[in-house]
Design a protein around this ligand. Structure first.
Ligand code: COA
Length: 258
């Protein structure tokens, strides 16, 4: 793979979108590679946490590749959007925590990619936006939907209709990112959060992700019922015995994902 790099260290898989000369724009080949890596990571017992970032200090991902978009008709446009949505939903529902380390521009498909991740940590030079309107189109990889769920209807309307970029600190204020850190602290901060997640109980982690994702799709009674069942599954795990015993014995828990 050349468009996307990957490296596994201490159960943390770092996926780096690698087209710096095109500000890491997502063309079809890049999306294919990203999809393959996520699918593999889902099944890989050595991968506990995934980090997604972009090569360089300028861009996380500056959007879908506009040179490909330029020649897209209705049918290929729908296919491209459908595929991109599938790749991003695969990230959102992969059962392992995915952190977006937003190291610069996160525009269009880049903002959508970050929003499909479970946590977003941004460097202070990052900029976010859904500028598709300026190209005469709309977001196709979930931007009208995930942004609304994350920041509410008013801000989502504003960002999608005006298409203007917002700086990282503003994105933090509206709940689009979890933390903003100085650029040189991005990697150590993300690694620290990733290690904390990698040392946590994997079944409980995946149940939290599932319960929050599924809960957003249904009415509260159904969502609460889902939580009850997920809680029951966690109670039946060896990790729950380990976690409660470790607390009572005043020692660090060692979770095994069983
Ligand atoms: N698709 C394809 N190529 C892109 C791209 C994209 N989404 N975003 C940037 N690039 C390319 C540029 O065409 C340029 O390539 P070139 O050197 O071969 O001409 C290179 O990346 C550098 O970008 P450039 O525009 O020169 O950098 P800049 O610092 O002046 O501006 C941005 C940075 C992010 C403001 C600007 O590139 C931009 O607006 N990009 C498009 C963002 C967008 O609309 N995304 C949604 C797409 S649906």
């Amino acid at each position: 793979m050349t468009n996307v790099l990957s490296e596994l260290n201490n159960n943390v898989l770092t996926i780096t979108i690698n087209r710096p000369d095109k500000l890491n724009a997502l063309n079809q080949a890049t999306l294919n590679e990203l999809d393959e890596l996520i699918t593999r990571a889902k099944e890989d017992h050595n991968t506990a946490v995934i980090i997604i970032t972009g090569t360089g200090e300028k861009a996380f991902v500056a959007g879908a590749d506009i040179s490909e978009l330029a020649t897209t008709d209705a049918m290929t446009g729908m296919q491209f959007a459908k595929f991109g949505q599938r790749v991003f939903s695969n990230i959102e529902n992969c059962g392992k925590p995915v952190i977006a380390a937003v190291n610069g521009f996160a525009l269009g498909g880049g903002c959508e990619l970050a929003m499909a991740c479970h946590l977003r940590i941004a460097s202070d030079n990052a900029k976010f936006g859904q500028p598709e309107i300026k190209l005469g189109v709309i977001p196709g990889f979930g931007g009208t939907q995930r942004l609304t769920r994350l920041v509410g209807k008013g801000k989502s309307m504003e960002m999608n209709l005006l298409g203007d970029m917002i700086p990282a600190h503003k994105a933090e204020q509206i709940g689009l990112v979890n933390w903003v850190v100085p650029q040189d602290e991005l990697t150590p901060t993300v690694q620290k959060v990733a290690q904390q997640l990698a040392n946590s109980a994997p079944i409980a982690i995946s149940m939290i992700i599932d319960a929050i994702n599924k809960g957003l799709e249904c009415a509260l009674p159904e969502a609460l019922d889902y939580e009850v069942k997920a809680f029951g599954i966690c109670c039946a795990s060896e990790d729950k015995n380990e976690g409660t015993s470790a607390f009572l014995e005043k020692r660090q828990a060692e979770f095994k994902g069983k």
